[in-house]
Write a protein that binds this ligand. Sequence first.
Ligand code: GAR
Length: 218
Amino acid sequence: MDKSFNYIISPQISEFRKFSPKLKIGVLASGKGTNFQELINLSEKGKLDIEIKVLITNKEDAGCIKRAENVEIPFKIISDKDFSQKELFELEIINTLINYDVELIVMAGWMKIVTPFFIKKFKNKIINIHPSLLPAYKGGSAIRDSILNGSKITGCSVHFVEEEVDSGSLIIQGALPILNDDNIETLSKKIQMLEHIILPQSISHAGFLIRSNFMESY
Ligand code: GAR
């Protein structure tokens, strides 16, 4: 993969904020977990002051589990299939996050829609990464949709989670061109490379807002 493709990140954040004690985060992920891995790497290198308290996944075969196991991060598999109502499924997640005393919840490839019940419990404390320039291409097939629609520019967005799906205040976006010879695979790889830059930066920024109580009055 050519790492020299053109891209823009806005806003530009040159340095991560310092957190002492480290910012306690809970990660929700359903897939491979490459974003999760990037957070592990930055945390282990001492570059990003986070403590990943717990990984929650809804898929028992999700790649992110192995990544948590490798570095002994506690993980919990909570599948909606094991609950008769969505609220009970979310309650289990909520209780886990409360038990681990997390300050910020990071949806890093979480493929379940969360309800207002969940969002209200953690108002202004949940962020999500999405592979498009929101508000374009919401939903579960954003990269595919952007190609099918003939878009010439796309990217990724990190935003605070609010009640409407893939909405809420944007924190950072990364944009890149869709080239004539791009396909879902090549575009996904490029978008993920941008995601690995903007997600940690967004955590740093969101953590700063939370620690300074800015979001309480927001
Ligand atoms: C990421 O590309 C993220 O943007 C996307 O899932 C992928 C997870 O990759 N999220 C969504 O589509 C949410 N609607 P990862 O498991 O390798 O971090």
